[in-house]
Design a protein around this ligand. Structure first.
Ligand code: ZN
Length: 686
């Protein structure tokens, strides 16, 4: 670990923000905050916080001494000046005289002292920053420091290593009392450059931004050297079966076992998205003989518990070719985990003056010897965060076990964080979208209807994988869709490509719940004279490909055991044949029969099959040239041709997407056919 401070970069940022009236003090605070935030071994995902004490003008134009401290919702890696709201410093400092201060009261006082009432709420560690006298204060959860501080004798180890350069603060939960304790320990020896917060992290301070930042780097570098002097081989490997199952086969089993049936709505599930990590370091960690001890010791720093829960679920290694037995083992292990979690909640909740609201009992991290780590979240983003934090914890454990024995903060303290009133208040606000936690695959995903459908599913909360023949187009479409969307180049008429695309989806998201089988192509020819090869080519893409993707989707859905939705894009041709359009229409009619067959045979597995019957939509199948030719042939304008239906309205790709979304959400509808064609009585199902 070395300092990344560059004078010219500091000057550039000071000049850049100076143009918009941001002070040099604050601009340099932004610069070093980003340096800290950019290093995952220092802080991750909103962890850590920084501050600067300076003088600014309030909204009325009066100069006032303030503390600018990280606001909640901001990440140090990408912080901007508005992410460090200014608070009047003097009233905050006076709070130190109090003996007690309730958390909610502290938050209210902090908000009341913001110069800008619209600013984000300041960090829960604001008072710690305020009670220290230094201009700059930096707080991180540095992995190397935690390897020393998460030990039974962490105080002695840190004392020996830092030789009085850092004060040592025993574990106290963040908030008012920790702020007071830290200030007392600083005042006992005002020469110190910072404080080690045992089982929590590191504070450093200084009069200059660079000084405070480099004191963090020095302290972390010293700790890293101490860890490097420890044992090389840390985790002694346990025996593994000769053949281990693949992550993409295991992930749907885990995902299915952790899904929670919604008691208020039959057929609905609260599902999780998965993020897999399996590099050699992670394999060594999950493969250690003593995994049950160090793996279940608890999180490296308390605020991780909000994302990962205190403990991971630890499974036995999955033997290749024996996944049926493994699936049973997983279901039992998850049930045990949930029962343990409920007992943990009851045990600690009992002692609370006001009863807490119990969170769901499912793990957010699963450790699988032979494979690696699976992070779980209600979105891909949350799953990635859980996996990142669990990986960081594994790194802290590795360091701690190299020099001693990992012993982080205990269960009661972690319960206090997990069920902190300030965190519980946040939960009440979070409203979830209807497809939150669900994963959708859309074939023909780069096309007009496919992409509109992907957008509708994503807006409803689903994670989306797009399949399309055109690699460039599908990459571009996935990028446009944003978030963690996946674009896979896949020709649905190629069995090997389809199987491998579904494996990628399982590895990337953990499985899937919604298939939109949308890829298709138009073929024409008078049926009595058309070449057989044309008919076969049409059936290949309009029928066999739909069967192929449905079969792959069903394989994953059955592995999960939580049902799912198969949605087929079937043309009006399936019901109402068009002249000379036999090769296309007969294949689509077969696809409609296919949908019914799936509905019949998989209803008992909770898998629904439905179709959307769309017509006359501007897309790759109905190009502007075709529209012009058909309008001319009928002697009408192009606009009248597009509105040639009972309602006289043009039907768009977005209309089709809405119908598909509706089918995805209709838990009591299967073998259904939704018509999206503005009204065509000859094509009406009867
Ligand atoms: Zn902290």
């Amino acid at each position: 670990m070395r300092s990344l401070w560059l004078d010219r970069e500091a000057e550039r940022i000071a000049a850049h923000y100076g143009e918009t009236g941001v002070s040099r003090d604050l601009a340099l605070r932004v610069y070093t905050s980003r340096l800290l935030g950019g290093e995952p071994k220092l802080v991750l995902h909103g962890g850590g916080n920084t501050s600067v004490k300076t003088v600014v003008e309030d909204l009325c134009g009066e100069a006032v001494e303030v503390l600018c401290v990280k606001g909640s919702g901001w990440d140090l890696a990408s912080i901007a000046p508005e992410g460090l709201p200014a608070l009047r410093l003097a009233p905050l400092k006076r709070l130190r005289q109090r003996a007690q201060l309730r958390d909610e009261e502290m938050v209210r006082i902090q908000r009341a002292n913001l110069l800008d009432p619209a600013a984000p709420s300041p960090s829960v560690e604001t008072l710690l920053h305020a009670f220290l006298p230094h201009k700059y204060v930096d707080h991180t959860h540095a992995s190397a420091v935690l390897s020393l501080a998460d030990q039974r004798d962490g105080a002695e180890r840190c004392g020996d290593l830092y030789g009085g350069r850092l004060g040592i603060v025993p574990y106290v939960m963040p908030g008012f009392l920790l702020a007071k304790k830290a200030a007392e320990i600083f005042e006992a020896d005002p020469e110190v450059e910072g404080l080690v917060l045992l089982k929590h992290g590191l504070f450093t301070f200084g009069e200059e931004a660079r000084e405070s930042y480099e004191r963090t780097i020095d302290a972390v570098a010293l700790a890293a050297e101490a860890v490097a002097r420890g044992r090389r081989a840390v985790f002694f490997p346990a025996a593994l079966p000769a053949e281990i199952a693949e992550a993409d086969a295991v992930a749907p089993i885990l995902r299915g076992a952790c899904a929670i049936a919604d008691p208020r709505k039959e057929g609905a599930w609260k599902r999780f998205v998965v993020e897999f990590r399996g590099d050699p370091e992670m394999l060594a960690y999950v493969g250690g003989m003593e995994l049950q001890r160090y793996g279940r010791a608890g999180v490296a720093t308390p605020d991780h518990t909000l994302r990962t829960k205190n403990y991971p679920l630890i499974l036995p290694p999955p033997e290749g070719g024996r996944l049926a037995g493994f699936k049973e083992t997983v279901r039992e292990a998850v049930a045990r985990y949930a029962a343990d979690y409920r007992a943990y909640f009851a045990r600690h909740n009992e002692k609370e003056p006001v009863s807490k609201r119990e969170l769901d009992p499912m793990p957010r991290v699963i450790l699988v010897p032979g494979l690696g780590l699976f992070g779980l979240g209600r979105s891909k983003k949350d799953a990635v965060i859980a996996a990142d934090l669990a990986e960081a914890t594994a790194g802290v454990v590795r360091g701690a076990e190299a020099i001693g024995r990992y012993e982080p903060v205990g269960e009661a303290e972690l319960f206090a964080i997990e069920y902190w009133s300030l965190e519980q208040a946040k939960l009440k606000e979070a409203a979830e979208k209807p497809l939150q936690g669900e994963i959708a695959v859309v074939t023909g995903g780069a096309g007009t209807i496919g992409f509109a459908t992907a957008q509708a599913l994503k807006a409803a909360g689903a994670e989306v994988a797009l399949f399309d023949r055109d690699r460039g187009a599908v990459d571009e479409a996935a990028k446009r869709l944003g978030g963690f969307s996946l674009g896979i180049a896949c020709d649905v008429t190629n069995a090997a490509e389809v199987a491998s695309a579904f494996s990628r989806v399982a590895r990337h998201f953990g499985g899937m719940d919604i298939l939109v089988s949308n890829a298709g192509a138009a073929f024409s020819g008078r049926i009595g004279e058309v070449a057989e090869s044309t008919l076969r080519a049409s059936f290949e893409v309009n029928f066999f490909a739909q069967q192929r993707v449905a079969q792959n989707a069903v394989r994953l859905m059955l592995a999960q055991g939580t049902g799912g939705a198969l949605l087929f894009n079937v043309s009006k041709q399936a019901l109402n044949p068009g002249l000379d359009f036999g090769p296309y229409g007969t294949a689509k009619a077969a696809a409609l029969a296919l949908m019914r067959q799936y509905a019949l045979e998989y209803g008992r597995d909770g898998i629904r099959a439905n179709a959307v019957n769309a017509d006359r939509i501007k897309s790759g199948l109905l190009t502007p040239e075709m529209i012009a030719a058909r309008a001319q042939a009928r002697g009408v304008s192009e606009s009248d041709y597009m509105r040639g239906n009972l309602l006289g309205r043009e039907v768009t790709a977005e209309d089709v997407a809405e119908a598909i979304l509706y089918a995805a959400l209709s838990l009591k509808t299967t073998a259904g056919l939704a018509t999206v064609d503005g009204g065509n009585i000859a094509a009406a199902p009867r």
